[in-house]
Design a protein around this ligand. Structure first.
Ligand SMILES: CC(C)(COP(=O)(O)OP(=O)(O)OC[C@H]1O[C@@H](n2cnc3c(N)ncnc32)[C@H](O)[C@@H]1OP(=O)(O)O)[C@@H](O)C(=O)NCCC(=O)NCCS
Length: 171
């Protein structure tokens, strides 16, 4: 049974361990890298997780262990404040294909609608990542653009698909 909840500073060590596994396992899935984040001290990670009004990081726990994460953050500029974006989606290999990714995205979208009260949620996904693209499409995201050579991983160009999910208007 999977429990999904907002992570806090006390989850910093578990979050950092899972995040680094993801960056190591899937360098083409994230703009950040293991090399950039492996030296990050736990207090800095805890600060990233501390509850704030414009963001949240959600964790999926299976058997008490953190097995998946996704971040959600409102855009910083006033004129963009009707939008939030998803970052850092990762499910540990042993927990995949059991609906954990779906539950994490559903929780993030619900939080975006009811807590952040944004109108739309965006994300970027490697155009060569069908597992993630199918997941996002199933959750209501539609692709609206593609950036060629969004990033270079070991010198290999990677295209990014930009996706958006429009939320029902808040009452
Ligand atoms: C992408 C990822 C998050 C999916 O997580 P998951 O927990 O396995 O996803 P779910 O079990 O909730 O599956 C959701 C949907 O995606 C589809 N899906 C999942 N893995 C798939 C795969 N390998 N190929 C095709 N479709 C896949 C499922 O069919 C499912 O749709 P359905 O319920 O209608 O059948 C996971 O594979 C992962 O962490 N990958 C590495 C990191 C990554 O790519 N992150 C995304 C960064 S943008």
């Amino acid at each position: 049974m999977t429990e999904i909840r907002v992570l806090g500073a006390a989850d910093a060590a578990a979050f950092q361990a899972l995040r680094l596994s993801g960056l190591q396992e899937c360098p083409t899935a994230f703009a950040s890298s293991f090399e950039e984040e492996s030296g990050r001290e736990l207090p800095a990670v805890a600060e990233r997780l501390a509850p704030q009004g414009d963001r949240a990081v959600f964790g999926a726990f299976a058997g008490g262990e953190l097995a998946g994460v996704v971040g959600l953050m409102r855009e910083g500029h006033r004129k963009l404040a009707h939008k939030a974006f998803i970052w850092g989606m990762y499910v540990a290999p042993a927990a995949r294909k059991q609906g954990v990714g779906r539950e994490l995205v559903a929780t993030a979208l619900s939080f975006a609608a009811t807590e952040l009260r944004v109108r739309q949620v965006t994300l970027g996904v490697n155009a060569a990542n069908p597992a993630a693209i199918v997941l996002y499409e199933r959750m209501g995201f539609k692709a609206y653009g593609r950036e060629p050579c969004f990033m270079l991983v070991d010198g290999v160009p990677q295209d990014e698909l930009q996706m958006v999910c429009f939320l029902p208007p808040a009452d």
